[in-house]
Design a binder for this molecule. Structure first.
Ligand code: F3S
Length: 374
């Protein structure tokens, strides 16, 4: 891989964090056949729950001795940093999680603690990014036509520090071309994504023919699920996503008929916000809960930035007895383990909750979830 003189100097830097970051980027570039490094607009770090990285991860983060050189945001942590007690998180976990957040702050990362960095900053068509967090990656590539590979937490930190990423995969237009046309029957965006992720082959980029126009919130749910049950980093939707018309229509065709999933347990927690809720979703939920009281636990997850912007809406939602938590989610927080059966409207949570939190899961639309809480 070609390196400029300046990049070569960074590789031999006296600062071990800078030298190591360059080493990581060069190694990645060589494995994936990149010919050079390219500048990025932003980085996004994932995998920062204490439960994810443990003491070894804390130690590694604390050893970093350089600042990020581009805007670098951070995925959800294992708890709401203010309301952790209410979530049932113990003091030991809280302290360890805070150590991680302080270490990230020390390198200059913004503690956005959200998996929807696309609501947090402006992202433009063809912007090169180095984002970890699969739902953010697939949304950025597909809905915003920005360009990012599925980074790991470590490679996102390295890219944030250097301000560059190796040019391969999603950064190159030709790799973004669809090679399979999918005709879909079904109404739930989350379930369509959930099933599609399972049936698509490793190197398949779908051009999806949907039965109706999906909102951006629905495209978010569909992409998150597809990236969770499959390895997908991009999809196109006929007539909808910005790049769908830039390529030839694939000749290979498949059909997908998505059915509802049967409910086999009574939820003791209803959890919405995987990926984190948008302003529109919070407004929809507020309307559904207005002048009502919940009789089951209803937890909503969004970013602190959005919760502050919509303070009044959040207050109205909480008057029903529902809780709006920030900085975390039902999948990354160990708090979910205190429940037995969780109802979600997310295909990603449907895939991960039984594996990571060992709970049973039932699925419903956002409206059905809120209804089940009342
Ligand atoms: Fe976000 Fe947590 Fe889902 S990080 S995409 S809400 S698993």
């Amino acid at each position: 891989m070609y390196l400029s003189k300046e990049e070569e100097k960074l590789l031999e830097s006296d600062n071990p964090t800078i030298a190591k970051s360059m080493e990581i980027l060069v190694a990645l570039g060589e494995v994936y056949g990149a010919d050079k490094l390219i500048e990025i607009k932003s980085a996004h770090i994932s995998g920062i729950s204490y439960q994810n990285i443990g003491d070894a991860g804390v130690e590694w983060l604390e050893s970093l001795n350089a600042k990020v050189s581009v805007r670098t945001t951070v995925n959800p942590a294992g708890m709401d940093v203010f309301r952790w007690r209410e979530m049932g998180i113990d003091e030991d976990f809280y302290r360890k999680q805070m150590k991680i957040l302080r270490a990230l702050e020390r390198i200059g990362a913004e503690l956005s603690l959200t998996c929807t960095p696309y609501y947090y900053q402006s992202v433009k068509r063809n912007d090169h990014l180095a984002w970890a967090e699969s739902n953010a990656v697939i949304y950025a590539n597909s809905v915003l036509a920005a360009r990012t590979n599925r980074e790991s937490g470590i490679s996102a930190i390295a890219a944030g520090i250097i301000g560059k990423t190796p040019c391969y995969g999603m950064h190159l237009k030709e790799n973004r071309a669809p090679n399979v046309l999918v005709k879909v029957k079904g109404n739930s965006a989350a379930l369509i994504g959930y099933e599609l992720g399972k049936i698509l082959k490793y190197d398949e980029v779908p051009l999806i023919n949907l039965p109706r126009k999906f909102s951006n919130d629905e495209l978010k749910l569909m992409g998150a699920a597809m990236a969770a049950t499959g390895n997908k980093a991009i999809f196109h939707v006929v007539g909808q996503t910005p790049e769908w018309n830039d390529f030839e229509i694939p000749t290979e065709k498949i059909e997908l008929d998505v059915r509802e999933i049967e409910k086999d347990c009574e939820p003791d927690l209803i959890a919405l916000g995987c990926p984190h809720l948008s302003a529109e979703e919070l407004l929809r939920i507020e309307k559904l809960l207005r002048n009502k009281k919940v009789r089951r636990e209803l937890w909503l997850f969004t970013s602190r930035k959005l919760a502050k912007e919509l303070e009044k809406v959040v207050r109205c939602i909480e008057q029903s007895g529902a809780k709006v938590f920030c900085d975390t989610c039902m999948v990354v927080s160990p708090a979910t383990e205190n429940f037995e059966c969780v109802m979600v409207n997310s295909g990603k949570a449907l895939e991960y909750l039984p594996k990571l939190r060992k709970v049973r899961v039932v699925f419903g639309s956002l409206e059905e979830c809120v209804e089940a809480a009342l």
